[in-house]
Design a protein. Structure first.
Length: 256
């Protein structure tokens, strides 16, 4: 009876073949993992990019109510608006003869900020405050902050030559003052003495003052002054020509 001859593979060759197959399988797994990882990264990036585009598409200054947006890291202007959001009816400033709530102060500051922007006040502009201790000082201080401008309080006791120095060297573009002060103090008279060329000005919206080249406006609160001074009534009328959103756009652009 014939017997079938079987050829046995050497143990060494079999082991080598198994190792090779095993190696291919392991390499395949690694390649698959790398490919999956790469695909996942690409998908994640694509998803993030699509999400960013969708968010940009959804958000539009024209569609948003800018008055409701707040800055997390607080600016001076935003500090007031946040306080008005949280405690609108609480007293913000109290004087012996008057007081004002946070809500009222925010509304008045925004109105005055609109007026300042109508005059051309821009972020980083210097705006002077030649006022006694009064409610208007607080209102305009916050209004200037909402414009992203720099408030420059001017000492109410300064004489003419001191006022001239501060107005010129402080790079003031607008100055807020008042005629409603005690009889012994007359800011308008002091300003006319400090800046003699004011007497010949007829356009309070665009002054040309050689003594202070950057000064464009002087707003006077209370009773109207000479023609070179912009009356408060005219200032508030100008404020209506600027939308509130314009103030909020500027406010949201203020860097901390």
């Amino acid at each position: 009876m014939a017997t079938k001859k079987t050829t046995k593979r050497p143990a060494k060759a079999a082991a080598k073949s198994t190792a090779k197959a095993s190696s291919k399988t392991a390499l395949g797994r690694v390649i698959k993992k790398v490919v999956r990882s790469a695909q996942g990264t690409v998908k994640a990036k694509a998803k993030a990019k699509a999400g960013k585009k969708a968010a940009q598409k959804r958000w539009s200054p024209e569609k948003e109510d800018l008055s409701k947006i707040r800055i997390s890291v607080t600016t001076i202007g935003d500090l007031l608006l946040t306080a008005a959001d949280r405690h609108p009816n609480d007293d913000a400033v109290v004087f012996p003869d008057k007081k004002i709530s946070y809500g009222e102060l925010a509304a008045r500051a925004i109105e005055r900020a609109r007026g300042l922007q109508a005059l051309g006040v821009k972020p980083k502009s210097h705006v002077g405050l030649l006022l006694p201790t009064c409610m208007e000082f607080v209102e305009y201080f916050f209004a200037i902050a909402l414009c992203g401008a720099v408030a420059v309080p001017v000492n109410a006791r300064y004489r003419a030559h001191e006022l001239r120095y501060v107005i010129e060297n402080g790079d003031l573009v607008t100055l807020i003052t008042t005629s409603d002060v005690p009889e012994q103090v007359n800011f308008i008279e002091r300003l006319l003495n400090a800046l003699p060329s004011l007497a010949g000005q007829v356009d309070p919206l665009l002054l040309h003052v050689p003594e202070a080249p950057k000064l464009h406006n002087i707003v006077v609160l209370g009773k109207p002054g000479p023609t070179s001074f912009l009356p408060e009534k005219a200032f508030l009328k100008l404020a209506k020509t600027v939308k509130e959103d314009a103030v909020h756009r500027t406010r949201l652009g203020v860097r901390v």
